[in-house]
Write a protein that binds this ligand. Structure first.
Ligand code: ADP
Length: 641
């Protein structure tokens, strides 16, 4: 029974994308098979998962398999599975359109990608796997029926990949999906069984379901039959049998020592679609109150959407070898969202849903165990191979820093993993650990000093650093936006408190004597000038005092110990937060020529201009923007002319 055949067009984007992909993946054609086998395996996983609730879905056919058949005469490859299948709506939604939102972005990146490795990598990230069949096929036919539906509710979908497809309802006694590829002229190699077999072994060995092909059975030696062999009358040629050609065991259940590097790497590729070898790997079985196995990888390079906090996490959840879900974000904290891999629990119920995952005690304890494993692994890398750790930090450091804000329990561990640019290291590279800092610091130094700014140059040229530079005291230069949150949550390290050089009292006396006495009272003579400036700036500053921080610059702004830094205020404002922070204190350097001029100036309007310019410049040197730049220019020009 077959209704009318309906013809539909792909979304425009879909057909454009198809063309791009076919073209760019051409040199790596064989991956189409990996994609289709992997879809079939997902379909079997989904069926097994749904059958936990509803055993009827299996309908007496519980041997879940994937079969690949080649038909030389018809020039076809047929890939079938007895998995979950699709109903009509699903076919249209899943393979008539590209469901995921990143389509346009994908096309763009594909167009820009330089090599086929990157292409293949992108293909996976965006989940356009099915379409790769058009690399090798002139025509693709999908026949499918969703488990649980009647035989009459099968669906046939056909397309040549040029922009349209047809869809019709068919009778299909078996559940699951059959995909038939009519090979194009340039892809004849794939009608050879041995070719297909080697591709399956290469990419799909670890798939937990058997991937079968038809094989002639190896004839059993039959001693009695031998003498009569010549007659060969009734003996039919041995029928080929379906034979599994992949290993079909879950890699992570095997013992570490039996798994080769290559196998681990290949598994990572399958899992992550990342064609670079991973930077590190953790394979471990946790036993005790809770039992689970984890196989986690730290990638070498970051994914393009690393900073998207909502990006899919990379952890798959299995329960007793049964696949439960992708992107199990409850199993890994957000700041480790770059970790890829799987966790296979022995204790969680099979019918666990995303909702239950949240706030589940078992899940929480798996997450903290897995988090610890990752942090320990990073610590080991840092200890064993500084270059490798540096590579990790350069790529993922900003994300790891989120942990200091989000993961209170691991604050100490995370603090040790931080790397900074400092006044003692060269340039903007973040290379110094807090332990390095402590190791370099003088005996009497009690605090770890830092400055924040919205970029490295700004932070490293801040006037606040002058006294520190003069006395050779190292200061951490923080210029990632997240750093403001890092220092508000990391207030001390190994018993030394972290101190902003632009806030409050610096406590430098012990280190550098009188010079460092930031809270010294101003003398009367000093007071007369600071009062004069304060009078001009009374709406803009809290107070004016003589600085002990500056050696070269005329002035700087200082915030109270518990106030938000100027940098933080600017970040908040940029994020659209209406925010009025406390007013800063203006510190002035009386040795500076500008201040000396102010002191000797008799014309009141000129000294007012000078005071205002000194304040505006202090703002500018912090990286702030002036509220009225034109006014500033006029004022400077008045003073210059
Ligand atoms: P992805 O697998 O990354 O989601 P694909 O383009 O390969 O992207 O597949 C799109 C969707 O089509 C799948 O998510 C799945 O819902 C459906 N699909 C593909 N192949 C099968 C299959 N053999 N059985 C059931 N559903 C399938």
């Amino acid at each position: 029974m077959s209704d009318q055949i309906e013809t539909r067009a792909f979304e425009t984007e879909t057909s454009q994308l198809l063309q791009l992909m076919i073209h760019s993946l051409y040199s790596n054609k064989e991956i189409f098979l990996r994609e289709l086998v992997s879809n079939a395996s997902d379909a079997l996983d989904k069926l097994r998962f749904e059958a936990v609730q509803n055993a009827d879905l299996l309908q007496g056919d519980s041997d879940l398999v994937i079969r690949v058949e080649v038909d030389k005469e018809a020039n076809q490859i047929i890939i079938s599975d007895n998995g979950i299948g699709m109903d009509r709506d699903e076919v249209m939604a899943n393979i008539g359109t590209i469901a995921r939102s990143g389509t346009a972005e994908f096309s763009k990146m594909l167009a820009e990608a330089k090599d086929s490795e990157t292409d293949a990598n992108l293909t996976g990230q965006f989940g356009v796997g099915f379409y790769s069949s058009f690399i090798v096929a002139d025509k693709v036919t999908v026949e499918t029926r969703r488990a649980g539906l009647d035989a009459a509710e099968g669906v046939r979908w056909i397309s040549d990949g040029s922009g349209e497809y047809t869809i019709e309802t068919i009778d299909r006694p078996d559940r699951g999906t059959v995909i038939t590829l009519l090979l194009n002229e340039e892809s004849n190699e794939f009608v050879e069984s041995y070719r297909i077999e080697s591709v399956i072994k290469k990419y799909s060995d670890h798939i937990t379901f058997p991937v079968q092909m038809l094989k002639e059975p190896t004839p059993a030696f039959d001693a009695e039959a031998e003498p009569e062999a010549d007659e060969a009358e009734e003996k039919p040629a041995p029928e080929p049998e379906w034979t599994a050609i992949n290993r079909a065991t879950a890699l992570w259940t095997r013992s570490r020592k039996d798994i080769g590097e290559d196998e681990y790497d290949e598994f990572y590729k399958q899992l992550s679609y990342d064609y670079q070898k991973p930077l590190a790997r953790i394979h471990s079985r946790v036993e005790g109150k809770q039992e689970y196995t984890l196989l986690l990888y730290v990638p070498t390079n970051p994914p393009f959407d690393l900073y998207d906090r909502d990006r899919r996490h990379g952890i798959k959840l299995y329960v007793k070898r049964v696949f439960i879900m992708d992107d199990a974000d409850n199993l890994m904290p957000g700041y480790l969202r770059f970790v890829k891999g799987l966790i296979d629990s022995d204790d969680l119920p099979l019918n666990i849903s995303r909702e239950i995952l949240q706030g589940n005690k078992l899940v929480d304890s798996i997450r903290s165990g897995a988090t610890r494993k990752v942090l320990d692994c990073l610590k080991d890398i840092a200890a064993a191979d500084a270059d490798k750790y540096q590579q990790f930090w350069d790529n993922f450091g900003k994300v790891l820093k989120e942990g200091l804000v989000d993961d209170f329990a691991n604050k100490e561990r995370l603090a040790k993993l931080l790397r900074f640019a400092t006044t003692a290291t060269d340039g903007d590279k973040q290379v110094a650990s807090l332990d390095d800092y402590l190791g370099r610091m003088g005996e009497k130094q009690e605090k770890i000093y830092y400055i924040t700014g919205d970029n490295h140059v700004g932070a490293s040229s801040s006037p606040h650093l002058e006294v520190f530079r003069k006395h050779n005291i190292e200061v951490l230069l923080l210029s990632d936006p997240i750093d403001e949150w890092v220092v508000s949550s990391l207030t001390e390290f190994e018993g030394k408190s972290l101190q902003s050089v632009s806030k409050g009292e610096l406590g430098l006396e012990a280190l550098i004597g009188e010079d460092g006495k930031t809270d010294a009272e101003d003398s009367d003579e000093e007071k007369s000038i600071t009062d004069q400036i304060a009078e001009v700036l009374k709406t803009q500053v809290e107070s004016v005092r003589v600085t002990r921080r500056l050696t070269d610059s005329p002035a700087c702004l200082v915030k109270g110990e518990n106030e938000m830094s100027g940098n933080m205020e600017r970040i908040m404002k940029a994020a659209g937060q209406a925010f009025e922070g406390g007013k800063p204190v203006l510190e002035v350097n009386l040795d500076h020529k500008l201040l000396q001029r102010l002191k000797s100036e008799t014309a009141e309007d000129v000294s007012a201009d000078l005071a205002q310019v000194i304040y505006d410049q202090a703002l500018l040197s912090e990286g702030a923007q002036l509220e009225n730049p034109a006014e500033y220019v006029k004022r400077v020009n008045r003073l210059l002319t």
